[in-house]
Design a protein around this ligand. Structure first.
Ligand code: PRP
Length: 218
């Protein structure tokens, strides 16, 4: 059995065409079902639904053989736990967005940074934020949040946030503006290294089909 770990939402939806290119069709819609293990048209392939930040953990420890997760998730996982049995063969170029710094429209970010003030930064992505501001030489107090980061500057909890931006609509709706582009983000394929050896015969064709579909879409 090949087990593929996916998170619900954009990653799940944008992985479906890649699976189709490997001849795999997921037989249930996660938005309509409460099931966490979804069957596919292939009796030897199943999908497990996990939180995005749990995908590297599942794959690394063999709860899944293969998974799809954002570069942001991988960097944070790596910073906290290291990566031991995780092979990252492919940038799937899906679920594209960017990691940015945003502040209230009336906050003078350039001035705060220039004056060497300590910046209070709220984020779920503490490793990325720490590294980014350290490289810039800006002192920051990091405040770890697990969601709704946009609220932090509005309530006075923080001066700035580090968060994912896709359309920019969430920032706009909350009167925040992007002041730094930290990095582009897309989702990667991650594979359990032991599974790659032991299940080579069934995993390789799937990885190769994904690779072909990605290069065809460029
Ligand atoms: C992300 C991010 C923003 C939003 C940005 O959240 O944290 O809130 O998307 O998208 P936009 O620029 O298109 O408005 P997501 O919906 O992934 O949920 P999360 O808060 O659970 O990470």
């Amino acid at each position: 059995m090949i087990t593929l770990a996916l998170s619900k939402g954009r990653i799940f939806q944008e992985t479906l065409p890649l699976l189709a290119s490997a001849g795999i069709e997921v037989l249930e819609d996660p938005e309509k079902s409460r099931k966490l293990i979804l069957p596919t048209n292939r009796p030897d392939v199943q999908v497990v639904l996990v939180r995005a930040s749990d995908v590297p953990t599942y794959v690394e420890y063999g709860g899944a053989d293969v998974g799809v997760c954002g570069k942001d998730t991988l960097i944070e996982h790596q910073a906290e736990w290291g990566t031991h049995g995780l092979y990252q063969p492919l940038d799937l170029r899906i679920a594209k967005c960017r990691m940015s710094v945003a502040v209230r429209a009336d906050f003078d970010y350039a001035n705060a940074v220039r004056q060497g003030a300590r910046l209070a930064v709220a984020t779920k992505y503490t490793a990325i934020a720490r590294e980014f501001f350290a490289t810039k030489g800006v002192h920051v107090d990091l405040i770890k949040l697990y969601g709704s980061m946009e609220l932090a500057p509005l309530t006075g909890l923080a001066d700035a946030i580090v968060d994912l931006v896709s359309t920019g609509n969430t920032l706009k709706a909350n009167h925040l503006v992007e002041v730094e582009h930290i990095m582009d983000i897309s989702s990667r394929l991650v594979v359990n290294q032991a599974a790659l050896k032991v299940k080579q015969a069934s995993l390789r064709p799937i990885i190769d089909a994904f690779a072909q579909a990605v290069s065809a879409s460029v």
